[in-house]
Design a protein around this ligand. Sequence first.
Ligand code: 5AD
Ligand code: SF4
Length: 460
Amino acid sequence: MGSSIDIRLETLTGPRAGAAGSPRNGKAFFIETFGCQMNVHDSEKVAGVLLARGYQQVDQPDDADVVFFNTCSIREKAAQKVFSRLGKFRPGHAPEKVIGVLGCVAQQEGEEIFERAPWVSLVCGSASYRKLPDLLAQIEAGNRRVMGLDLDVDETFETELTRRDNPFRAYLTIIEGCDKACTYCVVPFTRGPERSRSSHAILEEVRQLVDFGYTEVQLLGQTVNSYRDPSPGRMTFAELLVAVAQVPGIRRVRFTTSHPRDFQPEIVQAIDAFPAICNHVHLPVQSGSTRVLAAMQRTYTREQYLEIIALIRGAKRPISITTDLIVGFPGETQADFEETLSLLDVAQFDGAFSFKFSPRPNTPAQHMEDSIPEEEKGRRLAVVQEKQRRIQLARHEALAGKTFEVLVDGRSSRADQWAGRTCCNRVLNFASPGANLLGQYVHVKVNRAGPNSLVGEHVT
Ligand code: 5AD
Ligand code: SF4
C-alpha cells in the first residue's frame, strides 16, 4: 500500500493530517482557495504533494509555517480579494510566515506580486505545483523570492498524490487549459493551452477512486467537452462519459464546464442511455445577442445556442441546464440586453451565474471601450437575476410531489435537516429522524420549493 493510498483513505475515514490534536512532526501548511472547482481540485493536488513530503496540513493560518493562497483572477473583484487577504499577513500585522501565492493571480501578475506585497516569497502557477517542495526548499536555503510559472511543463495529470477533501464527490481533471479565445477571459492566459489526459489514465484513477469508497466523480475542464484523448483509444468525450459510467461501483458521473461549440449530440444520447451519467449540463451562454456573442468571440449565434438547448430538452430523461451570463459587455445596448432577457424565457435555465463585465489584463476586451457605467451594469445584473429567480422558482414548484434519489452530503443550514443533491444537481433538504445519513443515497419526496433549493421528506 503506497503513501498516496494512506492519504486518501484518511480523507474518507478520519481527521485530516495536522488537524487539531494530531501530532505535528513536520512543517505545517495552510491553504485557502478562491474561485472555481478547478482551483478547489488544484488545492487538493497541492495538499497531496506537500503531505507526501512530510508537511502537515492545518485548518488555521495561525498554526501554519507556510500559508498559501490559491487564487482566482477571473474578475477584478476576485483578484482584489486576494490582495486584501494578503494585506492581513503584512509583517507587523501577523507572526512572520512563508507566504505563497498560487493559481491564476500568480500566473497573471508573476513577479509584480513581490512589488505589491513584498512579504510574499513564493509565486507559483497551476502547471508547476509539483515543484512546490523544491521551491520551499529554496526558501529554506535562504532564497527570498522563488517562482514557478512555466505553462509548458505539464505534470498536472500526475495525480497519484492528490489528497481529496470532499469525501463524497471526487474531482478529476480530464482537460487542462483553454484554446478558445473569448475576448473577456483570462483563462487561456493563466492556464495555458488545452491539454487532455489519456482516457486510459482517467479510467485507471476512477477505478482507484471506487476502491477508496467514492461512488460519484466529477470530470473537470474549463471546456470539458473539448476533450481529445491522446491515447490510442482516441475516445470521444461522450465515449469517455460512458466508459466512466460503466466502471463497477460508480453511481454518478458529473462533468463541467461544457462549451456550446463542442457540444456533441452524443452527450445527450449517453445521458439517455446511462442513468449513472448525471442529467445536468452546465452550458455557459454569456449573452443572448448574436452581435455581443460575436464581439465576445464565442463562436456561436443565439440561434445555434438555442438549437443545443432544444436538443437537450428533447432528451428522454429531463436534463437540467445551468449557465453563466455576463451583462454590460463593451457595446452591449439595451436591445442586446433585452435579447439576453428573452433568451432566459426561451431557455428556461435551471440555474444561472451572472456577472457584470470586468475588464481583465491581457484580454482583447480590456482595450474595448468599457462604455457602460457601473451603475447601469448593476441595474442590468439585478434585472437578469430577478428574472432568473422567478424562472427557477416556477421550475422548482413544478417538481412538488416528485421523488428524487439524493446523495446526502451535509446538514442544511437548518440544523435539523439533511442536505443532498439530486442526480440533476438540485439541492434537496429534508428532515429524517435518527440515523446518520451522510454519504448515503436516499429517496426524498419534494414538498416545497425555493428558487435555489427544494425541501422534502425522506421516503423509505
Ligand atoms: N468579466 C465578467 N465575467 C467573466 N467571466 C469570465 N471572464 C469574465 C470577465 N472578464 C465569467 C463567465 C464565465 C465565468 C466562469 O465567469 O461568465 O463563464
Ligand atoms: Fe474563458 Fe472562453 Fe475558455 Fe471559458 S471558453 S475558459 S470563457 S476563454
